[in-house]
Write a protein that binds this ligand. Structure first.
Ligand code: NAD
Ligand code: MG
Length: 387
């Protein structure tokens, strides 16, 4: 990479994407300065990161976490807290990595783009919920939105060979690949007895609990369909999903002449992360190459009957407005309840579906209206849990 050093803010540093981002930064210390980090829980790990990278500013979830971290670090870095803290940190670096999980990542997405920064976005929930608001702040001079999510990063790479007109007129469809998750070959009958442990055993990716459960229901792919429409400005009728159990082809773009461009690599999130940090240059990564000996690539179509989450996401995309925000908020509540052993795996998507029955068109025209939509969907979801 060129001699110019880039400053990086990493929000969600203690999580799966966060720790993999630290791996990339460790391997490229000459190019990047980590100038801000934030985390929700795991204060000890956050403190270790601050010491290792000599980070001057840290964000935590609440006042209580602030006191806890100050106790560990002593008179070290500045500590900020809450959504306001996340928002401040998001404006402080050349590249802002949003590796927070869930709707809590919203201040990072809006803060970074609003300040004209490059946003390396892993936190799909904020984009899904706030798509109209993100579209507006993306117009800020200097703002740049690059996807860390492997499928969208693949599409971003595939599109580099395509005429870059608005709406990509040469593209027939974007084709997102899905591993299918741990339940790909389970019957509807077997799915009724799926456990927490079953849902958390992903065949090809090691990730945080929330996205791992989302992968088991295919809600993750549903959120990714919504993410793709927002990122690339194409209608949902031009976004398709195919099952690809090996997770080697990360996604594809089909052009008007039937040509299909794909991006392949080992399944390793450090690749898309480094793409977003380094662009337009490629960082050298020495963590292994794709092994072609005996490599088999399979593709199939998803089964909407066993995995109704995908249909719910397409329906939310067609309704637009706050429907995607409702879907994502209801799903967060349902997944948290499943992880806390309050509901069965087979109840997660029905809870989301029941919440969507209450949705009555609402626009997303301000942060306030979005927060109100998010709260309304969570209220219906909690009510549905009690039944
Ligand atoms: P994770 O649960 O492992 O990590 C989440 C991080 O967010 C943690 O550092 C946590 O402390 C932090 N956090 C949560 N609430 C916070 C708050 N209020 N303030 C500050 N920090 C907070 O999750 P993950 O698997 O790393 O996923 C992060 C995001 O990236 C999710 O949106 C997920 O969908 C997306 N994503 C993850 C992967 C993956 O491989 N893990 C792949 C693609 C996309
Ligand atoms: Mg993905």
């Amino acid at each position: 990479m060129s001699n110019e050093r880039r400053s990086v803010a990493l929000l969600g540093a203690t999580g799966s994407v966060g720790r993999q981002t630290l791996d990339v930064l460790r391997a490229h210390r000459a190019q990047f300065d980590l100038v801000a980090v934030a985390g929700g829980e795991r204060i000890d790990l956050l403190a270790e990161i601050v010491k290792e990278f000599d980070v001057p500013v840290v964000g935590v979830k609440s006042e209580r976490h602030r006191r806890e971290l100050a106790g560990v670090l002593g008179s070290g870095p500045e500590i900020v807290s809450g959504a306001q803290g996340l928002s401040e940190l998001s404006q402080s670096a050349d590249v802002v990595v949003n590796a927070v999980v869930g709707f809590a990542g919203l201040p990072v997405t809006l803060g970074a783009l609003g300040a004209g920064r490059r946003l390396a976005l892993a936190n799909k929930e904020s984009l899904v919920a706030a798509a109209p608001l993100v579209a507006a702040v993306r117009e800020t001079p200097g703002a740049e939105l690059l996807p860390v999510d492997s499928e969208h990063c693949a599409i971003h790479q595939c599109l580099s060979g395509v005429r870059p007109s608005i709406g990509y007129p040469d593209v027939r469809r974007l084709i997102l690949t899905a591993s299918g998750g741990p339940f790909l070959r389970w019957s509807a009958e077997q799915l009724k007895s799926a456990t927490r442990e079953d849902a958390l055993s992903h065949p090809t990716w090691s990730m945080g609990d929330k996205i791992t459960v989302d992968s088991s229901t295919l809600m993750n792919k549903g959120l990714e369909v919504l993410e793709a429409t927002a990122l690339f400005g194409v209608g949902v009728e031009r976004v398709d999903v195919v099952i690809h159990p090996q997770s080697v082809v990360h996604s594809m773009v089909e052009l008007l002449d039937g040509s299909v461009i794909a991006q392949m690599s080992r399944p390793d999130m450090r690749l898309p992360i480094s793409y977003c940090l380094g662009l337009p240059e490629r960082l050298t990564l020495n963590w292994g190459d794709l092994d072609f000996s005996g490599l088999t690539l399979e593709f199939d179509l998803p089964d909407g009957d066993r995995f109704p989450a995908l249909g719910l996401a397409y329906a939310a995309a067609r309704r637009a407005g706050a429907a995607p925000a409702w879907l994502s908020a209801a799903n967060e509540v349902a997944v948290a309840a499943f992880l806390a052993d309050q509901i069965a795996w087979s109840d997660v998507v029905p809870v989301v579906a029941s919440v969507m029955d209450h949705y009555d068109d609402e626009p997303v025209d301000s942060v306030e209206s979005l927060l109100a939509s998010d709260a309304a969907a969570r209220k219906w979801a909690r009510a549905s849990l009690k039944r």
